[in-house]
Design a protein around this ligand. Structure first.
Ligand code: ADP
Ligand code: MG
Length: 737
């Protein structure tokens, strides 16, 4: 792998004089030095240090608290963490003291309130535990309960979508005791990280965590109302649960740094398709390359330390694409851990001389990356409330919860499309690889049949799962699932949970989770209202479920979501098909959405409006950067070498002609035509870019103009001398590991 990298830089160094754009010093020697760098990835040895020993070693977990806190304080923390009860403020000093001692013993010098601003990123402000005087005496005085509970970062640099004027910069971070504090290690020290909510001085949420917490609280209340109807005496706190599957690409750093588009925009804006793509379907679940496996082992170890239950890892569909999935956790913790997973993936990739690319569509024509968010709800007494058991038709409680989900998704489909809308995800949704932009629910054969029976008047049977006989005597018969899988659905029932597949690989799952929790809360409230006070509970359940099927059954679709027929059928059913971010974002502030978020105290009108503003702003900013990169690369890298090449072909042709030899001018004609096309398309792009005002201008004018430039550039890539081409190719980036 290193040989190829070095060859690549030599190529740049030995560009023929008439095609050389820059002196081969500067950038190319930087590339050479990166290429020559010895990987610093640590070797991971789970034999001497078992995952069990490592797991959670860097988290201020309940077992640690049990050891360090007074029994009463510990009990109070357990009640908050496990049962969602209000934290007693009187214990904060003791918890802060224990946390500080624990962290300092682990070498921490600083602490940070970690929060999740609306840009979808993770933010942290580090403060030292030490202050003047504390080096001389033993005491580290500053870390009191007050400091643990509340921080005050300057909020003015974080987007607020019009919530407050810039001069009113005050914002607060508030400790979330339900998400464990942890130690983040870096080469030069360790930091105690405290997960927090981030709110403005006037109390509005400026982050993605606050609404997750509020929506979980609302969901708990309504879910318990339903459980009470089923006669349960003991009903524990109900929590939404989430297990996200993260897809990502790994690219050698050397290539990454030679691609201004990857560097600035996170995706390639040029690149002809490689001779070999993913058509052999040989990458999915294929043998993981050794270099990648070393990376994955280190990722696992880092995640284990942070108490993140990383569980599966494998190759994905595209070359160079991989997936990681942790075990599911309470939705709030899962969302925090998901942010950490993205951070760890990026950091560890760097140790191994690679870059982890989280963009939804880094390579055109190659499978994109999503984040499948598996989602359910449950508690310690009744278990997973979306577990159908073997005979779902007579599991009324399950049917009520599943029916409520169906209603919620149909009623709020535009919202679910809005929360996954972004410039990156637009390239994925609706292309034949990811779910279409039409939100539908896949139930599988068994459940779809049960709900059809309900619609017809009552469910009396469930199709059974059966056994699969392989026909080889030594292989045991396998129990078969009652339903198949369907990769084409944006929202699929997968046995005991729903999987929201439309979420983008780069997005924070908190946004999707708050929406899911809130709309399910609304449905459960609705159903509970219909059932409470009914004299015949079963009859009332049948009636409300039938009503849900009559009004919302249209959202159920078990067929191929990629097909043309589905688009036609969905239109007939009246399902929205919001193809782009420009179409989708307005759902944030639609009447229905505002009403439901306000009713359950999750987000106010202003907070929703700010989310709309920020999402739109991010979208425009992203395309603006992309357009600038296209203009710059096409003008300063591609145009010079292409026109120089045309010139050298013309020179040779003239010389051949003068010598009375046969002259072939086909290539010259093609290059000259493409260079002229490139210039024209570039001008069209500059005009569209300069004139873009509305969000839709960026979608329907700037993006197509960028694509037209790309078309000429990609065509030139197929004609120009390989050693003159300035950008690493798709072939190199995707296949060289
Ligand atoms: P797939 O077969 O869909 O690729 P994976 O095993 O990669 O499945 O991921 C499935 C994810 O679903 C895991 O994160 C798993 O923990 C999660 N999951 C399982 N049960 C639940 C549940 N009750 N609530 C939320 N997530 C769940
Ligand atoms: Mg999945």
């Amino acid at each position: 792998m290193i040989t190829r990298v070095i060859r690549n830089t030599e190529v740049i160094r030995t560009l023929r004089p008439n095609t050389r754009m820059t002196t081969p010093t500067g950038r190319s020697s930087a590339i050479a030095s990166i290429a020559g760098r010895t990987p610093t990835g640590q070797s991971v040895n789970f034999h001497d240090e078992s995952p069990k020993q490592v797991f959670g070693s860097n988290t201020f977990s309940l077992p640690v608290m049990k050891e360090m806190l007074k029994p009463a304080t510990y009990d109070s923390m357990v009640k908050t963490v496990k049962e969602g009860q209000k934290l007693s403020e009187t214990i904060a000093d003791e918890v802060a003291d224990a946390m500080c001692r624990w962290a300092v013993a682990k070498g921490a010098t600083h602490y940070a309130h970690v929060f999740y601003p609306l840009t979808g990123l993770t933010a942290e402000k580090h403060d030292s535990f030490y202050e003047p005087g504390s080096f001389g005496n033993e005491a580290i005085s500053k870390f009191k309960g007050k400091v643990l509970i509340q921080g005050e970062p300057d909020a003015s640099s974080f987007p607020n979508g019009g919530i407050r004027a810039t001069h009113r910069a005050r914002g607060y971070t508030a400790w979330d005791p339900t998400s464990p504090a942890y130690i983040l290690e870096s080469a030069n020290g360790t930091t105690l990280c405290i997960p927090t909510s981030f709110v403005s001085w006037t109390g509005e949420a400026l982050d993605t965590k606050t609404p997750v917490l509020k929506s979980m609280q609302a969901l708990d209340k309504q879910a318990r109302r339903i459980l009470k109807l089923f006669g349960h005496k003991e009903i524990a706190h109900v929590s939404a649960t989430a297990g996200p599957e993260q897809e990502y690409f790994l690219v050698d750093k050397t290539f990454y740094y030679s691609r201004p588009d990857l560097l600035a925009a996170g995706r390639t804006l040029f690149g002809a398709p490689p001779p070999k793509g993913q058509e052999f379907e040989d990458h999915y679940f294929g043998v993981i390359p050794e270099r990648v496996l070393a990376f994955m082992a280190e990722v696992d170890r880092e995640l284990y330390k942070l108490g993140i239950p990383s569980k599966t890892r494998h190759n994905e569909v595209a070359p160079g694409q991989f997936e990681i999935a942790p075990l599911f956790e309470s939705a709030n913790v899962a969302a925090d851990h998901q942010q950490l997973i993205m951070t760890v993936l990026k950091r560890v990739a760097d140790h191994h001389g690679m870059v982890c690319i989280l963009h939804e569509k880094p390579f055109a024509g190659v499978n994109g990356s999503g984040k499948h968010v598996n989602w359910s709800l449950g508690n310690a007494t009744q278990g997973n409330l979306l577990d159908p058991g073997d005979t779902p038709h007579d599991n009324a409680q399950f049917l009520v919860f599943a029916g409520a989900v169906i209603r919620a998704v149909d009623k709020f489909a535009p919202l679910l499309r809005a929360v996954v809308a972004s410039a990156g995800n637009d390239h994925r949704l609706g292309a034949n690889e990811a779910p279409p932009a039409i939100i539908s629910v896949y139930l599988g054969d068994q459940l779809a049949d049960v709900f059809e029976q309900i619609k017809g008047g009552g469910a009396t049977s469930s199709r059974q799962r059966g056994t699969l006989h392989i026909g080889v005597d030594v292989l045991p018969p396998l129990p078969k699932d009652a339903g198949d899988r369907n990769r084409t659905s944006p929202f699929a029932f997968t046995g005991n949970r729903f999987e929201f597949r439309a979420v983008g690989s780069n997005q924070t799952i908190g946004t999707a989770l708050s929406a899911l929790n809130t709309i399910l809360t609304d449905s459960l409230d609705y159903v509970a209202g219909k059932l409470e006070g009914a004299t015949d509970l079963n009859a009332a359940i049948q009636s409300v479920l039938k009503e849900i099927m009559d009004h919302h059954g249209r959202v159920i679709f078990n067929g191929n979501g990629y097909s043309e027929e589905w688009h036609a059928e969905a239109a007939k059913r009246g399902l929205p098909n919001l193809k782009t971010t420009a179409d989708a974002l307005s759902a944030y502030t639609s009447h229905d959405v505002v009403e439901v978020f306000e009713k359950y105290g999750v987000l106010s009108h202003d907070e929703l409006h700010s989310r709309y503003e920020i999402a739109a702003e991010q979208y425009v900013k992203q395309i603006n950067v992309e357009a600038k990169v296209v203009e710059e690369v096409a003008q300063t890298k591609i145009y010079p070498i292409a026109s120089a090449y045309a010139g050298s072909l013309a020179d040779s042709a003239a010389k051949l002609k003068a010598a009375g030899l046969p002259v072939a001018t086909g290539t010259l004609a093609k290059v000259a035509a493409l260079v002229s096309e490139l210039e024209t398309e570039l001008n069209v792009l500059r005009d569209a870019h300069g004139a873009a005002a509305e969000v839709s201008d960026w979608t329907f004018k700037v993006l197509p103009a960028m694509l037209a430039v790309r078309k000429s550039v990609d065509a030139l890539e197929g004609i120009l001398p390989d050693d003159a081409w300035p950008l690493p190719t798709y072939q190199e980036m995707l296949f060289i590991k």
